[in-house]
Design a protein around this ligand. Structure first.
Ligand SMILES: Nc1ncnc2c1ncn2[C@@H]1O[C@H](COP(=O)(O)OP(=O)(O)OP(=O)(O)O)[C@@H](O)[C@H]1O
Length: 290
């Protein structure tokens, strides 16, 4: 499902002395099935933008077209349910929204609320729990007895149980350990690759952008200031630094090596690309490193 923002502005607490700009004149297309990353420093408008993608917020000015639904300031909250099922939003620290007595009930809540029978809802819940790697032995436990990482997975399963076409993720790995982070990022990549689910990921992890995203949107002060492939966005380190954004670690390391005279042919964005370049430099004839 394609999403098109056309001159979207959003003002928080409009008409009060506390009014503040969340978004300023943002026009962008999120293509159907794409893996898009959104980066930008704190307060740049990333979360505000995300909440427009499933009409949780409606633009103060401009329009948002989500599939064939046009959302404007005047759109009523009625009949937005089908859209919210297709566009699944995983909030920051999603585990804070768990509330049911058991893991199974929590994950089945969404489908049931959207009209699925008890049996259907449970089938969808079990499938989603399998996808996120939560074992059957936990289904009847309280979600609050699980570890933080497991709780996060259960919350994500609750969104996946709705079988969304597009998954919107607001810093989904924040606060997890490296293994938990890698596993979740692997899950999203698999959902994208094997099931064609579109992903919109807000992250401060430039490695995740380099490893997974097809396109990157850069936000600052509520505006979209750049968009392109990771290679395009990471091509200008000075510009990134001015936006208080960094390079992926592999690129930082490669630049340090270049500064010391190691003749790397290009600045690699991922560890894999860096390793390949180093092998080439060390073994230009293509021999295997011994
Ligand atoms: N509920 C709110 N009421 C008033 N202003 C808000 C509210 N939420 C966000 N803002 C303001 O809107 C602007 C954009 O905030 P937003 O949360 O979208 O940024 P962000 O890029 O997601 O930040 P972070 O990386 O910290 O999550 C900021 O200036 C913020 O202070």
């Amino acid at each position: 499902m394609e999403i098109v923002l056309d001159h979207v502005s959003y003002t928080y607490q409009a008409g009060t002395p506390f009014a503040g700009d969340g978004l300023r004149d943002v026009s962008v297309t999120i293509p159907d099935g794409a893996y898009t990353a959104i980066i930008g420093q704190t307060g740049s408008g990333k979360s505000t933008l995300l909440q427009h993608l499933n009409a949780l917020l409606k633009p103060t000015a401009g329009t948002v077209k989500i599939g064939d639904r046009l959302i404007t300031a005047k759109t009523s909250n009625k009949n937005l349910k089908p859209l919210r099922a297709k566009v699944g939003l995983v909030f920051q620290f999603a585990e804070n929204q768990l509330f049911e007595e058991t893991v199974e009930k929590d994950v089945a809540f969404g489908p049931k609320n959207f009209g699925a029978t008890e049996e259907q809802a449970l089938t969808q819940a079990h499938h989603a729990l399998q996808l996120v790697g939560i074992d059957e032995q936990y289904y009847q436990q309280s979600p609050f007895d699980l570890s933080g990482g497991q709780m996060r997975r259960v919350a994500i399963a609750g969104v996946l149980a709705m079988e969304p076409e597009l998954l919107i993720l607001d810093e989904p790995t924040a606060g997890l350990d490296p293994k938990g982070r890698a596993e979740l990022m692997g899950l999203f990549a698999t959902l994208h690759r094997e099931q064609g689910i579109g992903i919109v990921l807000v992250t401060h992890q430039m490695e995740d952008v380099a490893n997974f995203a097809e396109r990157v949107l850069v936000m600052a002060h509520g505006q979209l200031i750049k968009q392109g492939t990771p290679a395009e966005v990471f091509a200008d380190p000075a510009w990134l630094a001015a936006q208080h954004l960094g390079l992926p670690r592999a690129a930082q390391f490669a630049r340090q090596l270049q500064a010391k005279g190691v003749p790397l042919p290009a600045v690699p964005l991922t560890e894999k690309a860096l390793a390949q370049e180093l092998i080439q430099v060390l073994h230009p004839e293509g021999g295997r490193p011994s």
